[in-house]
Design a protein. Structure first.
Length: 315
């Protein structure tokens, strides 16, 4: 059974989550140039599934964002692994902020796949998790068999990257109550679009941790991540087209029509440069469709459940 470590309990919030709960949790060690760090993950569904689904979150988010999607997939017999990237959620922080980078995240996720001991995975990546998925699927010998990219593309402008860095730099590190945290997340995540109150509460609860010694709720995101956006990785646009064009498996690109990071023109270019990609557009969402409502979940699960397509005539 899951040990409950990820629940925020007690205090003035009345804040335990009544949403879906994982079956198991685990940890492994990642390695950066500045040393080892822990990678935490939650684990859903049957352990004997030979092709688990890996769900990776966005730049300031954490594994429990995928609870509703993971519960649905687990109910249909799929194993789902949702990790916290380093510096987020219950994973350890990296001592040198310069190491918060795409190569490091790919290395950590490869270590996670190795821990699972499987030969194939499906991948669902939201924003930063999608960028990691593009690289992981684009490498020669990749074990990714289906790829879902949530509102990100293989090209991200330097302007967009700097905007994200500024947003992270302004992120509060602590909140007096869960309600204060929920108010903040409702504001900063407003591009998600309409969500029911219980969904907003779920997101807030799993984004915070009560710290008795300090008498407040701490945000589960290392503020030093903002410093990574000042490194040379982000002085120029992020260009992953070579990985995108090398992907040989079915892909589904989810697009929030109001997104400021993924444009319609870019989705068209993605389709043109790799015909294995299908595009699904949510007209009432921005960056990103949060994958918690039944209609959003169904789009993803239908794609993952569909039989393999014949790409024999695709170059």
């Amino acid at each position: 059974m899951f040990d409950g470590e990820y629940q925020v309990t007690g205090r003035a919030s009345g804040g335990t989550s009544e949403g879906p709960q994982p079956d198991r949790a685990g940890r492994l060690l990642g390695l950066s140039p500045s040393g080892f760090h822990e990678i935490a993950y939650v684990d859903w569904g049957p352990v004997d599934d030979i092709r688990p689904v890996i769900c990776v979150h966005g730049v300031t988010r954490q594994a429990r964002d995928f609870d509703h999607l993971a519960a649905d997939l687990a109910a249909s017999g799929r194993r789902v692994i949702c990790p916290d990237l380093p510096g987020r959620g219950r994973s350890g922080r990296i001592s040198n902020p310069d190491d918060y980078s795409l190569p490091q995240y790919c290395s950590d996720m490869n270590a996670l796949v190795a821990r699972l001991g499987v030969k194939e995975v499906d991948w669902v990546g939201t924003s930063l998790g999608g960028l990691i998925g593009i690289v992981m699927a684009g490498f020669s010998g990749s074990i990714v068999r289906k790829l879902v990219i949530n509102d990100i593309g293989p090209f991200v402008s330097a302007t967009g990257l700097r905007r994200i860095g500024g947003y992270i730099a302004d992120m509060p590190t602590a909140f007096a109550t869960i309600e204060d945290g929920e108010k903040y997340f409702r504001t900063v995540l407003a591009p998600y679009g309409y969500l029911a109150d219980e969904h907003w509460r779920h997101l807030a609860i799993h984004s915070l941790r009560w710290e008795e010694a300090n008498g407040h709720y701490a945000a589960l995101c290392d503020p030093a991540i903002a410093k990574a956006f000042k490194t040379p990785w982000f002085y120029a646009p992020l260009d992953l087209w070579k990985y995108w064009e090398a992907i040989k498996v079915p892909m589904l690109v989810l697009h929030g029509a109001k997104s400021d990071l993924l444009s319609i023109d870019l989705t068209n270019e993605m389709r043109r440069r790799n015909r294995r990609a299908d595009i699904f557009r949510f007209d009432d969402r921005g960056h990103v469709p949060p994958l918690v409502t039944p209609d959003q979940i169904k789009v993803v699960t239908d794609f993952l459940k569909a039989p393999p397509r014949d790409f024999s005539e695709v170059g």
